[in-house]
Ligand binder design. Structure first.
Ligand SMILES: *Cc1c(COP(=O)(O)O)cnc(C)c1O
Length: 386
């Protein structure tokens, strides 16, 4: 087949729309120029609804993990006590970052493949004794398991039981799910460019509440590149960034804002829910077990645990026969699951592509042919939404 027709279904990086690529290929501008000031203000402002914030959204030139690290070093310091909800490998990463900075981390471990319920968090917080908790960290969408945590309900528990900051890793869902930082009681919310925001890797985004900004101002942890105060100051005083940013990616982000506005933010959210529902209906029809329950299922990534078949073999066959790239499992789930990303620049037709390829692939692994079965189920779900 055509070597240039490849299909990227990893939960980051994700496909880039042509018009975003075109926007990124425009002539370079200096980051201290008036043109850049217009650009950064535009992006910081137009991303507000996507982050559910009234404040500007700040861009850092670095990957998502830098945003997690920024969230840690701007909120807590050595000796502080913090809770980290760990429901998969990204929660584990967040906890590790905080531990590396000498924070006393209480890990709330959740079975991988399940969400953290507000009741579990409430019981955990009530069971803690000793020093007050400075911050509660949560992963909004646990990419390693395909679970969306009920972030507003968790935020409500944090606000009701503690004075702690509520800090959220939104990396694989911001841009695809609704969020309201005020209503959800989120003080710092971060994401990166290469997931639901339809951009190449290289940018991280940070939004915060008034309480979050206060914490950032007063946090004594030593930091330089990731000192968010520098980004706030550069934005407020010069409409710029403290260091040379990935200008092209920021130009791409402006085009992403335009695309989200044209589709309508509500429709973007609806589309992601539809992609999830189509994918799950199709996979189920093929008799492949899903890792997560419907209630916990992420709108941006679906994890499949094909017990009777080898997940890595299916992943390899999709790549070899159809140029479809999906992801495998991480850490405890390595070799046991495969994950299909459906976020950002992804349509119902894309889901149909993957399901078609899966139908063909399963036959190769000895299953009875069920040609069209998964596609049909997915179309039934789609038909309710057109
Ligand atoms: C991808 C991802 C990250 C890490 O982002 P990098 O850009 O690889 O550093 C962090 N958290 C979650 C939930 C992710 O999905």
């Amino acid at each position: 087949m055509f070597l240039d027709q490849t299909y990227l279904f990893t939960p980051g990086p994700t496909p880039i729309p042509n018009r975003v690529n075109a926007a990124m290929a425009q002539p370079m501008i200096g980051h201290r120029s008036p043109d850049f000031s217009v650009l950064i203000e535009d992006v910081a402002t137009r991303l507000k609804p996507v982050f559910g914030t009234k404040h500007p959204v700040y861009a850092l030139t670095s990957s998502g993990t830098s945003a997690l690290e920024a969230a840690v070093v701007n909120s807590v310091t050595e000796g502080d006590h913090a809770v980290v909800i760990v429901a998969g490998s990204f929660g584990d990463r967040l906890a590790s970052i905080a531990e590396n900075y000498g924070v006393n981390v209480e890990r709330l471990n959740i079975e991988w493949g399940k969400s953290c319920s507000p009741e579990q968090l409430e019981e955990f917080l009530n069971g803690l004794s000793g020093a007050p908790i400075k911050a509660v960290f949560a992963t909004f969408n646990e990419t390693s398991t395909g679970v969306l945590n009920p972030i507003g309900a968790l935020g409500e528990v944090v606000r009701r039981l503690t004075d702690a900051l509520f800090i959220v890793d939104g990396v694989s869902c911001i841009g695809g799910v609704p969020v309201d930082m005020e209503a959800d009681h989120i003080d710092i919310l971060v994401t990166s460019s290469q997931k639901a925001l339809m951009l190449p890797p290289g940018l991280a985004f940070v939004a915060f509440s008034d309480k979050g900004l206060d914490a950032i101002k007063n946090c004594p942890t030593k930091r330089f590149y990731l000192d968010l105060n520098r980004y706030v100051k550069a934005y407020n005083e010069q409409k710029s960034t403290p260091f040379t940013p990935a200008v092209s990616l920021i130009a791409g982000a402006r085009e992403v804002c335009a695309m989200i506005e044209e589709e309508g933010w509500e429709n973007v959210i609806r589309r992601h829910n539809l992609l999830r529902d189509m994918m799950r209906a199709g996979i189920r029809e093929l008799g492949l077990p899903l890792l997560t329950s419907d209630a916990d299922a992420s709108p941006t990534v679906t994890a499949v645990k094909p017990d009777a078949l080898s997940a890595p073999d299916i992943q390899k066959a999709l790549k070899k026969d159809f140029s479809i790239t999906i992801a495998g499992g991480q850490k405890d789930l390595k070799g046991k699951i495969f994950r299909i990303g459906h976020m950002g620049y992804c349509t119902p037709f894309d889901v149909i592509k993957v399901l078609t390829a899966l139908e063909l692939t399963l036959v190769k692994f000895g299953q009875e042919p069920r040609f069209g079965a998964a596609v049909r189920k997915a179309e039934e779900v789609w038909s309710q939404n057109v």
